[in-house]
Design a protein. Structure first.
Length: 152
């Protein structure tokens, strides 16, 4: 199933819905209002947040898997290229531990997405290829701080 997302002026919504009616059941149409973007953080706030994240996720010498997981997460890991499409339970567990550690900073589920956003990729025929982690500006700053202290 394909999803269509379009910005439509308020005065045109009725016309667009009427035009879609022959192709889509009314219960399949969902209307959404735009959500305002969060306020942009200044560099000082971002640096302070990054330092809090580093303190929460810094790997200890006894945590080599966390160190490897941080390298992959903050380095734009591609599960297809880097793992040849094979699942890695140890990496999944290490990512879970990082996510759990991040809850002390972000207080919500999937806090790891604040550092890198997972994007599912597909082959041209539509079959699942893997996941690529796209590093966020906060993630890049955390990576630079961890590298500067030689933690990763």
């Amino acid at each position: 199933m394909t999803m269509l997302l379009a910005e439509i002026p308020d005065q045109s919504v009725k016309g667009v819905l009427d035009a879609l009616a022959p192709f889509i059941a009314p219960e399949s149409i969902k209307l959404f209002d735009p959500v305002p973007l969060p306020p942009v953080q200044n560099d000082d706030d971002l640096t302070q947040l990054a330092q809090s994240v580093v303190a929460a996720v810094r790997p200890k010498p006894t945590q080599p898997l966390r160190k490897e997981a941080l390298r992959k997460l903050l380095g734009g890991h591609d599960t297809f290229s880097d793992q040849r499409g094979e699942p890695d339970p140890a990496l999944r567990n290490a990512m879970g531990a990082i996510s759990k550690a991040l809850k002390s900073v972000f207080f919500h589920d999937q806090a790891v997405h604040r550092l890198a956003v997972p994007k599912k990729t597909h082959f041209p025929d539509g079959t699942y290829r893997g996941t690529v982690y796209v590093v966020t500006p906060l993630g890049a700053l955390v990576r630079d701080l961890l590298k500067a202290e030689k933690a990763i």
